[in-house]
Design a protein around this ligand. Structure first.
Ligand SMILES: [Zn+2]
Length: 275
């Protein structure tokens, strides 16, 4: 864990941004010059990626140093207009020391659909990420963008940007970046389980409360609690039945068949009787 060290040196910060940028690009989280990364090097100063460069081909001399109001302090290149989002996260939540923005395709597809990520399908997603809300659409580069994310910076660890991408933050650059990885991984599993396999055994409230305890022991107070169902002892874990296990499922298969037979019989009788 890197949490014991509050701030990186300028040298370390610039080198780490390049390294994370390469990973982000290689993982297809960004295309062309998309995305941006920033990291605090003091309570009021950050280093960030410049505008107009691919995150896969950056060198430390390209980085821009600025204060939390957006005033450039060092660097030969211009900052990205999307840095306004980063600055807003730092202003809203002083515990944040790094911010990552990307357009990972699966998570961004959820953002395009306006669907938040909150179904409890994996322990890692609950512990490392928590719920991921969708911030309302805002025109890129405008003041609406930081406004749209402001309500989520304190309670959550990540947010989807409607029709745009995703934003994650953390206590250090690794936490912020790993949350982007976890977010895309979570979105991918949600898509497979809910939209391709069409079946998901969600974690119940008791399992989630155990995970929240673990999360608190890791010192993470943010992320929210996913919506969940109480554990149902009488309902077997759905692995050999047809279709997803839901609360509206009849008590037994026999009962269900009986209901259908009754309905079909009624329909046939009605057809014949009205002829
Ligand atoms: Zn973007």
């Amino acid at each position: 864990m890197i949490h014991h060290k509050k701030y990186y040196s300028d040298f370390e910060a610039k080198k780490l941004i390049c390294e994370i940028g390469k990973r982000m690009y290689n993982k297809n989280f960004v295309a062309a010059n998309d995305g941006n990364i920033s990291v605090k090097v003091g309570p009021e100063t950050i280093w960030s990626t410049p505008t107009g460069v691919s995150k896969g081909f950056m060198t430390p001399d390209m980085m821009v140093k600025m204060d939390l109001s957006g005033k450039v302090l060092a660097g030969k290149m211009k900052p990205s207009s999307e840095i306004k989002m980063h600055l807003r996260v730092y202003q809203e939540n002083p515990e944040v020391n790094a911010v990552v923005h990307a357009h990972p395709p699966v998570a961004t597809s959820f953002a395009i659909a306006g669907m938040s990520l909150e179904k409890p399908i994996s322990p890692e997603a609950v512990v490392l990420l928590g719920k991921v809300p969708v911030a309302s659409y805002a025109t890129p580069g405008t003041e609406e963008v930081p406004e749209s994310i402001a309500p989520y910076c304190k309670e959550y660890n990540a947010v989807l940007l409607a029709n745009h991408g995703a934003l994650t933050w953390g206590r250090d650059i690794f936490e912020a970046y790993y949350r982007m990885e976890s977010l895309e991984h979570y979105a991918l599993m949600l898509m497979y389980s809910n939209n391709i396999i069409n079946r998901a055994n969600e974690l119940n409230c008791s399992q989630i409360s155990d995970l929240i305890n673990i999360r608190e022991r890791l010192g993470i107070k943010t992320g929210g609690v996913p919506p969940c169902n109480p554990p149902a002892k009488e309902r077997p874990y759905a692995h050999d039945e047809q279709g997803p296990s839901t609360s509206s499922t009849p008590a037994s298969k026999e009962e269900w068949i009986e209901t259908i037979v009754k309905k079909v019989t009624e329909k046939i009788l009605k057809t014949y009787l009205t002829r």
